[in-house]
Design a protein around this ligand. Structure first.
Ligand SMILES: [Zn+2]
Length: 270
């Protein structure tokens, strides 16, 4: 791993544009369960069919009652951003990373300080009215569901719409703005760094293919991914350990940086 990380660090420091794409693996150390794969909650605990756009439109009350359970399972044990989130925010601050595109809806990149962030699948902490697009906190919406008022209604005076989570539901298209930004960022970048994504769901499946054709692709993942064969760099391990190692390697490449300062300390002072 060390040699790959050192080489990648050199590439990142010299690159004109670096975009990061993250998936569930980036949040694993924060206690967010994964959807797919071993230990994933789809299939074992929750049925995908209950969380589709179709279900929401047909049965908003049942959808929200199930969503409450899913939300508690997803975010009930979350401990906040982990070292992977902090390392990416720090790389942005160092001017090495330009933007983070994430498949996660947990908001942890923002909490860690990432400024330029594209949330492909939305933000689970927010809910919006289907009629007037008024946005409210999902905690407030869930409080209404817990009190037996499902689907939660829009608080806007005179609006009779109800709320939905501000996330992309199964069977629903991505927001064109988010998708367009992700494509453009990947297009403008010399390097695409993919962290903790199996890259099996679009557009996370095709962005690395295009990136590998145009520039360089780096994959940080605990397990083998569908795109390892296209990657110039493959680093195995928990992102909460491998990304801080990358930060240290990057700092070693940048003149004037305090090499002695560990990543942990460097991120803590932010
Ligand atoms: Zn409304």
């Amino acid at each position: 791993m060390d040699e790959q990380v050192a080489e990648l660090a050199e590439t990142l420091v010299e690159a004109d544009g670096v975009t990061v794409l993250t998936g569930a693996g980036a949040s694993a150390a924060s206690g967010v369960p994964t959807f797919r794969g071993d230990g994933g909650i789809w299939g074992s605990e929750f049925a995908v069919e209950n969380f589709t756009l179709d279900r929401f439109e047909r049965d908003p009350r049942g959808f929200w009652e199930d969503r409450l359970e899913l939300h508690d399972r997803m975010f009930g044990d979350v401990s906040g951003p982990n070292e992977a989130h902090r390392a990416l925010a720090w790389l942005e601050e160092l001017g090495v990373v330009d933007a983070v595109v994430t498949q996660n809806t947990d908001g942890l990149h923002r909490e860690a300080g990432t400024q330029r962030l594209v949330e492909l699948h939305g933000d689970a902490s927010r809910s919006v009215c289907v009629e007037c697009e008024n946005a409210v906190s999902t905690e407030d919406a869930l409080a209404a569901v817990r009190a037996g008022d499902a689907p939660p209604s829009c608080p806007e005076f005179g609006c009779e719409g109800h709320l939905r989570p501000d996330v992309v539901l199964y069977g629903e298209d991505l927001s064109e703005a988010a998708y367009g930004s992700a494509r453009r960022l990947a297009w403008e970048s010399d390097v695409l760094l993919v962290v903790g994504s199996s890259m099996t769901v679009e557009p996370a499946a095709s962005l690395p293919v295009e990136a590998a054709e145009r520039g360089e692709l780096a994959v940080f993942d605990a397990a083998e991914t569908a795109k390892d064969h296209l990657a110039d760099y493959v680093v195995r391990g928990d992102a909460a350990e491998t990304l801080p190692a990358l930060v240290e390697a990057v700092q070693a490449q940048m003149p004037g940086m305090e090499k002695a300062r560990s990543t942990r300390e460097a991120t803590r002072v932010r």
